[in-house]
Design a protein around this ligand. Structure first.
Ligand code: G4P
Length: 529
């Protein structure tokens, strides 16, 4: 197989959902189909095993949520698929956002009874910003759900995302009988606790006689009415719109019952994009280019606190990776030898000898890398589309309890900031102010400083909830505009940020100081000006 064929067989996607919609269950079923795991429950078990062996992950166990996220790879009918597992909890929004910059498409899992929930909205916004295709899996059809049209309308009304049904439910809850696959013109029958059965239909589709003895009268007449409506007034199936994230193919099913999952997976593999060109400061790089390039989108601390090394998740965008190769870190111009990298399979960590564009590899890191870093064999330093930084909403002043241990404290703060676990700022007195999207990030931060860096800290919560970068040539003038409801801090790149008590204070400030330019989200590497 040529490299181009291999690249074309790759799919990298992220699953987004509100907690409890069924993301883990669906992931698990996909891995089962790919033979990457043998038993249902393995993904959950793996997480639980992690909790048991690693100390700082104790927090996850206590809170019953997933703090870290990883990549799971499997093969299915000649395709190599990487699922980016994203933590669904509110507290970890920031980390999740970053992961979404590395995927080529996203699968949005929605609980059919609940419809679109808060976290889904936030995560969808990131996908929409990137213009990647979003596939919708409406889950839990084995239970009573909202009306299918109502759910599809929610996509359009709440997310502004037009959709096109690929499978359509036949009844729901107690009366759920299966789905109709509009593209393949077949019905997949749901049989609780038993394997499903597929019935191919004639050209008349659901209006033909085949279903009359199989689908209950009311369900069949409803199905016919609904399909008539979809075919007459629904959105046209438009592959171009799908690939630009402007139209979402919709699937219905039950992850728990493993129903509708195969239909989803097969259509998804047909419609989702293989790794394509990626924009950089030096123009586009193509996956088939000779020159090796890629970027780090996540850094994860070692699960074993006895080992300080970290794992940098690296997406290869072009060229071929060979173990032991030397690359340039564009940010510093430094030459780096990648002696060891690991595959990120669901059930094993194996050393990688070679890998190509569209692969995600884990590079062992002893503190050299930052999120967003580019590694390349190109002579020219290059930078990929910067990852967005989202403004935190919670702030804390942090000081070491034992000033003799200030060095440990400093090292821990720097490393956790590099990992992207937390935003670190300095105020005018050079004190450390940390910012997070959610409370749990603070807890993890405190726990890890204590356990990994032997540093006990004091955390004083600050009464601010909104942060804005400020673009100015005259910082002294900006300082004079501040009062007790605002505070000036500096980020990692020395860029000034004003913290405001709340949205109201911010609005008031903007009204009074219309000449001062405030920015909400910033690209990590960009400079103000
Ligand atoms: P998440 O990763 O999105 O947070 O959700 P997860 O898969 O953990 O699923 C949340 C709950 O919903 C789980 O129940 C799971 O079994 C259930 N679930 C997932 N898919 C379906 C489905 O298609 N139909 C039905 N009826 N339930 C589904 P739990 O009781 O919280 O956990 P567990 O005890 O089953 O592990």
């Amino acid at each position: 197989m040529s490299n181009a064929d291999k690249i074309n067989s790759r799919r990298i996607f992220g699953i987004i959902s509100h907690p409890d919609a069924g993301k883990t269950t669906l992931t698990e079923k996909l891995l089962l189909h790919g033979g990457a795991i043998r038993e249902a429950g393995t993904v959950k078990a793996r997480r639980n095993a992690k909790f048991a062996t690693s100390d700082w992950m104790e927090i996850e166990k206590q809170r019953g949520i997933s703090v870290t996220s990883s990549v799971m790879q499997f093969e299915y009918k000649g395709k190599v698929i990487s699922i980016m597992d994203t933590p669904g909890h509110n507290d970890f929004g920031e980390d999740t956002y970053r992961i979404l910059t590395s995927v080529d498409s996203a699968v949005m899992v929605i609980d059919g009874a609940k419809g679109i929930e808060a976290q889904t909205r936030k995560l969808f916004a990131v996908c929409s910003m990137r213009g990647i295709p979003v596939f919708t899996f409406i889950n839990k059809l084995d239970r009573e759900t909202k009306d299918a049209f109502e759910l599809v309308e929610e996509l359009e009304n709440v997310l502004g995302l037009p959709s096109v049904p690929v499978t359509w439910p036949i009844g729901s809850g107690m009366n759920f009988q299966g789905v109709y696959d509009l593209l393949k013109n077949e019905v997949i029958l749901y049989k609780a606790g038993k394997p499903s059965e597929t019935i191919e239909l004639s050209d008349e589709g659901v209006f033909g006689p085949e279903l009359e003895d199989i689908i209950a009268g009311y369900n069949l007449s409803t199905l016919r009415d609904e399909i008539e409506l979809i075919q007459g007034a629904g959105n046209e199936f438009d592959m171009d719109a799908i690939s630009h994230g402007k139209l979402s193919p919709v699937f219905f099913g039950s992850a728990l019952a493993d129903f509708g999952v195969t239909a989803f997976l097969e259509h998804f593999l047909d419609m989702s994009p293989a790794p394509g060109p990626r924009k950089t400061t030096e123009g586009y790089v193509n996956p088939t280019d000779e020159e090796f390039s890629g970027f780090i989108f996540k850094i994860q601390a070692n699960m074993n606190p006895a080992h300080r090394d970290r794992l940098a998740f690296f997406r290869i965008c072009s060229g071929t990776f060979h173990r032991g190769m030397t690359v340039t870190l564009s940010r510093t111009g430094k030459q780096m030898k990648i002696a060891q990298a690991t595959e990120l399979m669901a059930n094993a960590r194996e050393n990688v000898e070679t890998a190509i564009a569209g692969d995600i590899i884990g590079i062992y890191d002893t503190g050299n890398y930052q999120i967003g870093d580019t590694l390349t064999t190109s002579k020219q330093p290059l930078f990929f589309e910067p990852l967005p930084t989202f403004p935190p909403e919670l702030f804390c002043l942090v000081t070491p309890k034992n000033t003799m241990k200030a060095k440990h404290f400093q090292k821990g703060v720097d490393q956790l900031a590099q990992e992207g676990a937390i935003q670190v700022y300095r105020n005018e007195y050079n004190e450390v102010v940390i910012g997070a999207v959610g409370q749990l990030q603070f807890e993890v931060f405190e726990y890890r400083l204590k356990n990994e860096y032997n540093s006990d800290i004091r955390m004083d919560y600050l009464d601010f909830s909104v942060a804005r970068w400020v673009a100015t040539d005259d910082l002294e003038a900006v300082k004079r505009t501040l009062d007790s409801r605002s505070m000036l801090v500096y980020d990692h790149f020395q860029r000034p940020i004003i913290l405001f008590a709340n949205q109201f204070t911010l609005n008031y400030y903007m009204e009074r100081h219309q000449d001062i330019r405030l920015l909400e989200a910033l690209d990590v590497n960009s400079t103000l000006g």
